[in-house]
Ligand binder design. Structure first.
Ligand SMILES: Cc1ncc(C[n+]2csc(CCOP(=O)(O)OP(=O)(O)O)c2C)c(N)n1
Length: 283
């Protein structure tokens, strides 16, 4: 099956469609996993990379760039698709995802232009983001730090140390985005370790908190356009999402944490995304 041939995104909705379609193909082609958690954050990534992040794909280490940290590094397929959409890496390189000697490893790697931090061992991104934000504050830098976390990841105690640390140091250049899809690798978040009331917990730790539908582009944009929400406080955006969002057979299904779609399932995803695929009749 050939990769989808898509027109460049002109808006965040196109962007989300493109990165979902490319991710479906990549995960299928590499026989990889984590498509459910990739699709749940597709709309968040689309708005971030289309409308919010101040970055320069032609100069990935531009000193004044916003820093985006993917803490849920297992879901990196869709970050690579977003980086290709923005021109950080060649589109054709996505075909190497997960292959031997590719720099597009199945957990996120800072060897890839546009990636700030390698992760995959959960629970480290927010602490790293705090360090970056503290460094930025010390020199009154204009850039912001956005860290994307998963909800299951919050079971890691290291997060709570970072959640304590950020308000203590008045890191209002830091935004934590929680992709709250309610499902982790082996069960529902509620059954494994209850997190709710999550917003109240962050507020008790002195963060400014907003809760939105993580698939509503306008709501995402409105929230992220005006950070910090409270001077002197870090911001936490709790994005309520659906694991596998965008493919009806994957939505809210635990199996799709690890399962890779077969060719027919990828064709179905293309159809649902209204992506025309010239190679769709092939094997
Ligand atoms: C420290 C650590 N423990 C265990 C794992 C194995 N693991 C991979 S993904 C995952 C949980 C997935 O659920 P969640 O964190 O909510 O991610 P999402 O649903 O957004 O994909 C786990 C436990 C890991 N990557 N790191």
């Amino acid at each position: 099956m050939t990769p989808p041939d898509l027109a460049p995104a002109a808006c965040s909705s196109d962007f989300a469609r493109n990165i979902r379609a490319r991710t479906a193909w990549m995960v299928h082609h590499a026989n990889s996993s984590h498509i459910g958690g990739a699709f749940s954050m597709a709309d968040l990534l689309a708005v971030l990379y289309q409308d919010i992040l101040r970055v320069r794909p032609e100069d990935p280490r531009w000193p004044d760039r916003d820093r985006f940290i993917l803490s849920k590094g297992h879901a990196t397929s869709i970050l690579y698709a977003a980086l290709a959409e923005r021109g950080f890496i060649p589109m054709a390189e996505l075909e190497t995802f997960g292959a031997d000697n590719s720099r597009l490893m199945a957990h996120v790697s800072h060897k890839v232009p546009g990636v700030e931090f390698s992760s995959g061992s959960l629970g480290h991104g927010l602490g790293f983001a705090c360090g970056r934000a503290l460094a930025g504050c010390r020199v009154h830098a204009p850039w912001r730090v956005f860290a994307m976390l998963s909800d299951g990841e919050l079971d890691e105690g290291s997060n709570w140390e970072a959640i304590l640390f950020a308000p203590q140091h008045r890191l209002d250049n830091l935004v934590a985005i929680i992709d709250a899809n309610g499902i982790q690798s082996l069960g529902d978040v509620r059954q494994v370790l209850e997190l709710e009331p999550l917003a109240e917990k962050f507020r008790a730790f002195r963060w400014a908190v907003r809760e939105i539908d993580g698939h509503d582009h306008q709501a995402i944009r409105d929230a992220l356009d005006c950070v910090p929400w409270e001077p002197g406080r870090p911001s936490c955006l709790i994005a309520r999402t659906v694991k596998g969002k965008g493919a009806d057979f994957m939505e809210n299904q635990l199996l799709w944490h690890y399962r890779a779609p077969n060719a027919d399932q990828v064709r179905s995803i293309f159809q649902q995304l209204e992506v025309h695929h010239v190679g769709s009749s092939g094997p």
